[in-house]
Ligand binder design. Structure first.
Ligand SMILES: *Cc1c(COP(=O)(O)O)cnc(C)c1O
Length: 408
């Protein structure tokens, strides 16, 4: 490769060319950086893109970031700042938006669960943070209590800290299981209807025994009020995903709650190393992007958004509802991913179809469309809250064509 200096020499040796390029050739590197030709890596790598008629699924990269977030990420990428300064400033803003004492941006909701739990165990003692996940003989408490029905996978995050889980069902068992090793009581918000112990009783028992509480609300906006509801209810820590309905960076999340506990969680998080949280790094671009995503989400006209979702659902339902043997039903999940969702089912003897097969037919070809089609033999579900405007028409058409072709 010819060096810049050599090139300059060559050019100045050619009087005519040197004159043509003039000053513009000598612009500093930074100013010419925008000349980078546009690349489409999705195309270049041959990746399948699709219309997301399913919802916030991590496998499908969950949500698309709005322009405000991307602008924040791009602009902030041009500067060096101290990582702790970004967390301080953004934490304060998020806490005020979500009505908590303090907050931090984590590497997803899972990371919020890990770091929050670590903070509960270590307090603001960095020697203890260096000991995790080895709790034995450390003087740290080691048990986390949760309801059996809340133990469905995500609770595994808590054990990253070395803590052990105590599963209970009744209030009696809860009271009995509390001892001097009890570090925290954990609640999975979306499983509230399944558990015998509801929020108020959970918090009442915890407060009586001075045990910190954490609520996982990962996918539980909308409604927007949930962003502050559980802080105001009295949970010491609340964890939420950033890349689900909030449409922030996929690998970001928020931990909010009591100042002491957030400070303790940050002691277990980057830029500090030599602790279990080091792998939970979030860069400045994503911390700032998360803040702007949250702000954008809160400021949205929520009733208008809801009306748009309903319109999309009814557009798709109307496009297939007149096909004999097809039944459409709109429902809103009681909790988690709460938005109008369409269920399409069929009379089995009238269609050569299973849920999985219809899902595959929607996926194949262009445009490729992802639906929720793995749950049952004779229905699929369509989530519209991740659809871009206008995509409902494409979904409706492909669905109608596919169903008609499957008529026996
Ligand atoms: C998605 C989810 C998580 C994990 O969230 P990430 O942001 O993907 O790390 C944790 N808990 C529950 C209940 C979830 O739905």
């Amino acid at each position: 490769m010819i060096s810049r200096r050599k090139l300059l020499k060559k050019i100045s040796a050619l009087p005519l060319l040197g004159g043509v390029f003039g000053g513009s050739f000598l612009l500093p590197e930074k100013a010419t950086a925008s000349v980078i030709p546009a690349r489409n890596l999705i195309k270049e790598l041959g990746l399948r893109t699709f219309i997301n008629a399913a919802g916030n699924y991590t496998t499908m990269t969950a949500s698309l970031m709005p322009a405000e977030v991307m602008e924040t990420i791009n602009e902030s990428s041009k500067y060096y700042v101290m990582l702790d300064d970004v967390q301080d400033a953004v934490g304060e803003k998020i806490a005020s938006l979500c009505r908590s004492e303090a907050a931090m941006v984590t590497a997803g909701c899972w990371s919020a669960l890990v770091l929050g739990t670590a903070g509960v165990l270590t307090g603001k003692d960095s020697k203890k943070a260096a000991l995790l996940p080895f709790l034995q003989g450390s003087g740290m408490k080691s048990e986390i209590i949760l309801q059996k029905s809340h133990a469905n996978g995500y609770h595994h995050a808590l054990t990253n800290t070395g803590a052990t889980l105590v599963l209970i069902e009744t209030r009696e068992q809860l009271e009995e299981s509390i001892n001097d090793q009890t570090a925290m009581m954990w609640f999975l918000n979306r499983e509230e209807p399944q558990g015998l112990i509801k929020h108020s009783e959970w918090l009442e028992v915890a407060k009586k025994h001075h045990i910190p509480t954490m609520n996982d609300i990962a996918a539980d906006v909308p409604p927007v009020e949930n962003l502050w509801k559980y802080n105001e209810m009295g949970y010491d820590l609340v964890a939420i995903s950033g890349g689900k309905a909030l449409c922030g960076p996929q690998s970001a999340g928020i931990l909010m709650g009591k100042k002491d506990l957030i400070d303790a969680a940050r002691l277990n998080a980057p830029p500090r190393g030599g602790n279990i949280g080091r792998g939970n790094k979030v860069n400045k671009e994503e911390i700032l992007g998360m803040y702007v995503a949250l702000e954008t989400f809160i400021n949205r006209d929520h009733s208008k958004t809801w009306a748009t979702w309903e319109k999309k659902v009814s557009h798709i339902a109307n496009a297939v509802g007149d096909i004999p043997g097809i039944v459409t039903e709109t429902f809103v999940p009681e909790i988690a991913n709460e938005n109008p969702t369409l269920k399409i089912s069929w009379e089995k003897d009238k269609f050569n179809l299973t849920g999985k097969l219809l899902g595959e037919k929607m996926r194949i070809g262009t445009p490729s469309i992802e639906t929720i089609s793995w749950e049952s033999e004779d229905y699929i579900r369509i989530g519209v809250f991740m659809l871009q405007n206008g995509e409902e028409k494409i979904v409706a058409k492909k669905l109608r064509d596919t169903l008609l072709k499957a008529v026996i």
